[in-house]
Design a protein around this ligand. Structure first.
Ligand SMILES: [Zn+2]
Ligand SMILES: [Zn+2]
Length: 160
């Protein structure tokens, strides 16, 4: 097999995604043998996944903000100080909890073995509730961590 880009060169590896032949130069372009097109495709889907997660964090954050202010907020208080304090608290706890839920959920999905996918329906219900609660707990830490990692990743993807 010859290199896809350099027809005269012998292929020493093949692209992990499309199996096209790659010569020594082409195989060492990235940290593992992959052709330019497939690498670009992977980066694009990675970017998409990050934007999707950030969007979900924002949406769940807004829902969290809304719920928190409904139950604990005093947004309509006549006292400006109380009102401001109420909004700040809602952002701090409501919005944060919503974002944390998404961040924790993603983290747990990543580390949960697929064995759980064969549970019966009742198991699914319990699994869902446990995961939901665990997500918020894990997310409290993982929310800022994931935001940081995603921002860094987006910046590095933009540079390429
Ligand atoms: Zn390829
Ligand atoms: Zn080549």
């Amino acid at each position: 097999m010859n290199c896809f880009n350099h027809i005269k060169e012998n292929a020493v590896a093949s692209c992990q995604d499309c199996q096209k032949g790659l010569c020594t130069t082409c195989a060492s372009l990235f940290s593992f043998p992959i052709c330019r097109d497939c690498n670009k495709r992977r980066q694009q889907s990675e970017k998409k996944a990050i934007y999707k997660e950030l969007f979900l964090m924002f949406v769940f954050g807004c829902v969290g903000y809304y719920l928190f202010s409904q139950f604990f907020g005093h947004h309509d208080s006549a006292n400006l100080k109380t009102r401001t304090f109420s909004v700040v608290l809602s952002v701090l706890f409501g919005f944060y909890a919503g974002g944390a839920l998404v961040a924790g959920w993603k983290t747990l999905t990543y580390i949960t073995p697929s064995v759980f996918l064969f549970l019966p329906l009742v198991g699914w219900g319990i699994y869902f509730i446990v995961k939901f609660l665990l997500s918020i707990a894990v997310g409290v830490v993982m929310f800022p961590v994931r935001l940081l990692l995603h921002t860094r990743k987006l910046l590095s993807l933009k540079r390429l």
